[in-house]
Write a protein that binds this ligand. Structure first.
Ligand code: F6R
Length: 260
């Protein structure tokens, strides 16, 4: 696992964008896994700028969301499909087609059947080349909350109360408006991505990041399973990295791998 620590989230987002743009320069039809939430918005902004400059496009790509809220109205602005449409779909964004955007069918009668179908869809395109992740304050990735299986497939999952509180900011600050269930790629599904870039910004992520990088692998902090993945790049700002014990070592390791 490599950890890059940047002065602020803008610099960190730009570093993450380089990883994505480099992959697509080599493989224009790469399959991309995408997170929603506030963390990757700077990365998506960078990708839109690269698209406008003619340096990047998702036109030939299949893109898979990590998760979707169950029971959210089709036209709700916080439905993740709608969020990703705003960020990525169309020539004015990064050229992704509507057909190229895959999200779990959270309006299906049986969310678990929809989840199974979603895992199969990912398999049918040959798996995900690069998965972008954020991290929850409770250590979730996707919406794999503490105490779940470390090898789970895509499944329906209740959101932890901490996540509902954290996400209320997208729903007028009203916890009662936050959906209580989601369909999420499982940890086993996420671990099959060939490369993973995880972004962590802000002091409220410091504890989760410390567990991810330095803690024991534990269902209590689901992101720690990423320690077992051979190709993970974690990109953090200084605030998120503020409580790490071996920062000097991570900086040296980063410079050795990627230069300054
Ligand atoms: C969103 C997702 C979540 C978020 C996490 C952090 O698709 O899968 O794991 O990445 O909850 O959210 P933000 O970035 O809003 O702090």
């Amino acid at each position: 696992m490599h950890l890059g620590i940047f002065d602020n989230s803008d610099q960190a987002s730009s570093a993450a964008a380089h990883v994505v743009i480099n992959l697509f320069a080599q493989k224009p039809n790469a399959t991309l896994g995408v997170a929603t939430g506030s963390t990757p918005s700077g990365l998506y902004r960078e990708l839109r700028a690269a698209h406008a400059a003619g340096d990047f496009s998702l036109k030939k790509s299949q893109v898979f969301a990590l998760d979707e809220y169950v029971g959210i109205a089709e036209d709700h602005p916080e439905r993740y499909r709608n969020v990703l449409r705003r960020e990525l779909v169309g020539k004015e964004n990064v050229g992704l087609t509507e057909e190229g955007l895959h999200t779990p069918d959270a309006s299906a009668e049986d969310p678990n059947v929809a989840a199974l179908h979603y895992d199969r869809e990912i398999g049918a395109v040959g798996g995900i080349d690069l998965q972008i992740l954020g991290i929850g304050t409770d250590g979730h990735i996707g919406f794999n909350e503490p105490g779940g299986s470390l090898v789970s497939r895509t499944h329906a999952e209740p959101l932890a109360s901490q996540t509902i509180t954290d996400n209320a900011r997208f729903f007028d600050g009203d916890v009662s408006k936050v959906p209580t269930t989601c369909i999420t790629q499982g940890l086993g599904t996420i671990m099959e991505a060939r490369q993973i870039v995880l972004l962590a910004f802000g002091a409220n992520k410091a504890n989760a990041l410390a567990q991810l990088i330095e803690g024991p692998i534990s269902a209590k902090w689901p992101a720690t399973i990423l320690q077992m993945h051979p190709d993970v790049v974690v990109i953090a700002d200084k605030a998120a990295a503020s409580t790490l014990e071996y920062t000097d070592l991570y900086v040296e390791r980063w410079q050795l791998a990627f230069g300054d």
